[in-house]
Design a protein around this ligand. Structure first.
Ligand SMILES: NC(=O)c1ccc[n+]([C@@H]2O[C@H](COP(=O)([O-])OP(=O)(O)OC[C@H]3O[C@@H](n4cnc5c(N)ncnc54)[C@H](O)[C@@H]3O)[C@@H](O)[C@H]2O)c1
Ligand SMILES: O=C(O)[C@H](O)COP(=O)(O)O
Length: 630
């Protein structure tokens, strides 16, 4: 146990637990009543009136107990239920309760009958729990409470704390009126509004500090804690209208998340990124050297899409910023659009549809062909290219592919040894090369001329891959029979006006970079990328980072975890371990991974450590970034 000159006074309901215990009891006792919902609403209303100080607490207690109709036998199951409902960050910080046991008190307007058994697991004995007690009749029915107890009266916590006459600085941690009035009455020195479970404006406005979780409270007081840096202090900026589930996932884990609908231009992003730990983007936002330099706290960039060349990956790595993406979430969406477009182009559906929209009935079979038996040329036989080949074969197409890498041919697909071979043989050419900048103008006038007369071109990869002017010319001259274009060399940052040289050309399908924009894909990305981000921030695991050494080291009990990112030069590991040895730290687990520029090492050490070791590790030559996780 550690002695301090501070005393910590915790509220119980909605602070130590996620719930109001009497509400839970009501759910149990009224479960078979037909008007259950109505009574529970009444109870909750009365609870809130009491918490906010709008009716006297004694009145709120009397009215609730009358409505509850509870029995002694309900208390056991209630305690079992409350055990499952301990606040997340309280349960994660048992060590604090163990170490500071002598200084921790509970003052609650709830009841000792259910508080004592819960908090004794947190080393708070019954004699440090100040709460009400029930009155029972001979049959064990709960019929009231001990009215002599000051806690059953209005402002009872003030009287209770005054009577306790605690020495040292008294800090109150709670969520409501009865907690902050102890500070207002001058009995407590500080009030922390605890908002992990419920955020009450009134309480927050009266607080010396708002604590969204216990880690924040422990951080402010420099006490031992589960996370050395509370998650609510980690700022996440999500741009480009990512799916709201991403916000939900990250906020639920305790991070502070801001959503911005659009992509931001460099100058604006440079301003906005200051103090941000995690940046989430899609394909439009350019994360340049200047942006990365401005990101003074930046740890991670999450690309909520497949492509990552909008991010200066090398520079990010050299700055110790890990980048994650969603390599498969929208693959199927792109493939389905490609299949649809192949059929639409081959059947001249766009022209027929436009005619009928303008009041013309033009029934004809001219220029309308089945896809069965036609040659599809897939350029870039990666995740999208391969899946497309399977679906295309299933509808009877003969599939050819060309890739710069050796690939396993799926089904009956035929590999072409050169792009020219593929262009020569295909009725439809579809581009699925990666977003490598070397692919700029990969399909230009020369390549178009190598295509069959009347062939179709589809581009769902990146806009810079096709020379749009050359394509427009080929379509107008009749060299090509049609095209479907989803991506453009220049795309606007937000919805609005747009111009391309392809507008108005017959048998051309133009879409605004929506290949991956389906509800399913966006929903999947909103789970996938946040999971990677949370894993990296919470545990240091970098598996699947696209620019960074990949490490996964299982979490160890009773350990501190240090993350050290450094330039990959000889002797760093020896220096790190020299520092650890000089502070007599035992290494419980250590894993290093390097690439040509950067080394990343996760080290788990004994629970206890001298804080100076952190300064010493940061001073190791060639250190890029250092973090203590827990
Ligand atoms: N339109 C959209 O909304 C949308 C959605 C998702 C993906 N994309 C884009 O689709 C493309 C493909 O995605 P993926 O997941 O299949 O990528 P991938 O990395 O799995 O596959 C790309 C393939 O292209 C090959 N390749 C690269 N350059 C080549 C070249 N010059 N010639 C031949 N082959 C080449 C690579 O070797 C690789 O096999 C990417 O550019 C991606 O950004 C667009
Ligand atoms: O890289 C991708 O996944 C696609 O180009 C989709 O990008 P988006 O999320 O910006 O639509």
């Amino acid at each position: 146990m550690v002695a301090t000159n501070r005393k910590y006074v915790f509220d119980f309901d909605s602070t130590l637990t996620r719930v109001e215990a009497l509400d839970v009891l009501a759910e149990m006792t009224l479960k078979d009543k037909s008007n259950k919902e109505e009574i529970i609403n009444q109870i909750q209303e009365i609870t809130n009136l009491g918490i906010d100080g709008d009716i006297s607490f004694t009145e709120s207690l009397e009215r609730r107990i009358k409505l509850l109709k509870a029995h002694k036998d309900d208390l056991g199951p209630l305690v079992d239920e409350l055990r499952q409902k301990i606040s997340k960050s309280i349960a994660a910080n048992k060590e604090f309760f163990e170490k500071f046991s002598d200084d921790i008190y509970v003052i609650s307007c709830g009841f000792k009958e259910f508080i004592d058994p819960i908090v004794e697991e947190y080393q708070i004995p019954s004699n440090r729990v100040y709460a009400n007690t029930f009155k029972f009749d001979e049959q064990g029915n709960i019929i009231g409470f001990d009215e002599e107890n000051v806690l059953s009266q209005h402002n009872g916590k003030i009287a209770c704390l005054r009577d306790m006459d605690l020495e040292g600085e008294v800090q109150v941690i709670g969520d409501g009126y009865s907690d902050y009035v102890m500070k207002e009455a001058g009995i407590a020195d500080k009030f922390f509004a605890y908002t992990e479970n419920v955020h009450r404006e009134k309480a927050a406005s009266k607080a010396d500090h708002v604590a969204p979780n216990l880690d924040e409270f422990l951080f402010v007081n420099d006490l031992p804690r589960n996370y050395s840096y509370p998650k609510n202090r980690i700022k996440i900026l999500l741009l480009e209208n990512v799916h709201p589930a991403a916000l939900e996932n990250l906020s639920k884990d305790g991070f502070s998340v801001e959503l911005v609908k659009n992509s931001l231009p460099e100058e604006e992003l440079i301003e906005k990124i200051k103090g941000v730990h995690v940046l989430g983007i899609r394909s439009k936002t350019q994360v340049t050297q200047k942006v990365l330099d401005a990101g003074n706290k930046l740890l991670v960039v999450g690309a909520f899409c497949i492509g990552t060349t909008q991010i200066d990956l090398d520079y990010a790595r050299k700055k110790g910023v890990a980048v994650f993406n969603a390599p498969y979430s929208n693959t199927r969406s792109v493939v389905e659009l490609a299949i649809g477009e192949i059929i639409m182009l081959m059947r001249s559906v766009v022209a027929r549809s436009a005619e009928i929209h303008s009041g013309q009935w033009q029934k004809t079979a001219v220029g309308s062909r089945e896809v069965r038996g036609k040659n599809l040329g897939i350029v870039g036989y990666g995740n999208i290219g391969k899946q497309l080949s399977i679906l295309a074969e299933a509808i009877g197409m003969r599939v050819y592919y060309y890739d710069v890498e050796d690939k396993l041919s799926l089904g009956n697909t035929k590999k072409c040894n050169s792009l020219e071979d593929l262009l020569n043989v295909s009725d439809v050419v579809t581009l699925h090369v990666d977003d490598n900048k070397a692919n700029k103008n990969f399909i230009g006038e020369r390549e178009i001329n190598q295509m069959r007369d009347g062939a179709m071109l589809i581009n769902l990869s990146r806009g810079f891959v096709v020379d749009i002017e050359a394509l427009a010319e080929a379509l107008k001259s009749g060299k090509l029979g049609g095209a479907a274009i989803d991506v453009y060399p220049e795309e606007p940052r937000s919805n609005g006006e747009f111009y391309t040289a392809l507008q108005g050309i017959p048998n051309v399908i133009l879409t605004p970079h929506v290949g991956g924009s389906t509800e399913e894909a966006q929903r999947d990305i909103a789970d996938f990328v946040p999971n990677k981000i949370m894993d990296y921030i919470n545990t240091g695991n970098s598996v699947d980072a696209v620019n960074f050494p990949n490490i996964r080291l299982p979490k160890q009990q009773k350990a501190h975890r240090f993350l050290h990112i450094h330039k990959n030069v000889p002797g760093i590991m020896a220096k790190i371990n020299e520092v650890l040895a000089s502070y007599e730290l035992n290494i419980l687990g250590q894993y290093l991974s390097t690439d040509s520029d950067v080394g990343y090492v996760i080290t788990d050490v004994d629970r206890e450590y001298d804080k100076d070791v952190i300064k010493a590790l940061k001073r190791v030559d060639n250190t890029i970034k250092f973090r203590v996780l827990y």
